[in-house]
Design a protein around this ligand. Structure first.
Ligand code: PRP
Ligand code: MG
Length: 219
């Protein structure tokens, strides 16, 4: 069921303002989709295809795609993995590359997975973190924070963290060592598993082919 004004356009979810936004919009323009002005609106019509963009928070994208509110979504694999929604991953895109890692205060006593037993771990990814330790049979206490996770050990609200690492600068600035990489991430194009019209399916096929060409061209 659609919750926005009814449309037959292929609706694509894109992160509203964040690390993936510009690269995703560049990709869409790079494959030939033209937009009027996506800076001002949260729902943007494509000028030359029956497509519209919905600009929302990245955490919301998998659920919107699962529920069929959006047909496609560009979102980090970390978010898709965390949310465990019923969506199809069409392909990985080689931007927004980062990893989710366990990190600990320098010179601390946590050196290997077993050392986390009984410890408090701050993270914005409680699902991935809990599943990692459950699989290993190690009991940990997960503290969910929505951002600035690296500060938690200094505030003594956690013994360790599990957060995204790209350059590693944030870890370094907060006196943390990256110990174990538990998940590799990149941007993914996801698709709803709800039934789609023939027209939408053909359009998705076309978009996928163009993305493939765009990637092959090394862009
Ligand atoms: C992200 C992530 C890490 C940092 C990693 O945080 O949560 O903290 O970037 O990047 P780096 O390895 O290049 O330093 P963001 O800046 O998005 O802020 P937030 O966690 O407070 O949302
Ligand atoms: Mg951060």
């Amino acid at each position: 069921m659609r919750t926005l004004d009814s449309t037959t356009s292929l609706r694509i979810a894109v992160q509203k303002s964040g690390r993936l936004t510009d690269k995703t919009l560049n990709l869409l323009e790079g494959i030939g989709l033209k937009f009027d002005d996506y800076k001002r609106s949260l729902l943007v019509k494509c000028l030359n295809f029956d497509v519209e963009l919905l600009l929302i928070r990245d955490d919301d994208i998998p659920e919107y795609v699962q529920d069929g509110v959006c047909d496609l979504g560009f979102v980090g694999a970390n978010v898709v993995e965390e949310d465990q929604m019923d969506v199809e991953i069409l392909r990985g895109l080689n931007y927004g590359v980062c990893r989710l890692s366990l990190a600990v205060p320098k010179d601390g006593d946590i050196k290997k997975p077993e050392d986390f037993a009984g410890k408090k771990i701050a993270t914005s990814y409680p699902g991935i973190t809990k599943r990692y330790f459950e699989k290993k049979g190690i009991d940990v206490k997960v503290i969910t924070l929505s951002g600035s996770v690296e500060i938690a050990p200094r505030l003594e609200i956690a013994d360790a963290i599990c957060d995204l690492v790209s350059t590693g600068n944030t870890l370094k600035a907060n006196g943390l060592d990256e110990l174990i990489n538990i998940f590799d991430s990149e941007t993914q194009l996801i698709k709803t598993n709800k039934p789609l019209s023939e027209g939408k399916q053909q359009l998705i096929e076309k978009i996928l082919q163009r993305i493939e060409g765009y990637q092959k061209a090394g862009k």
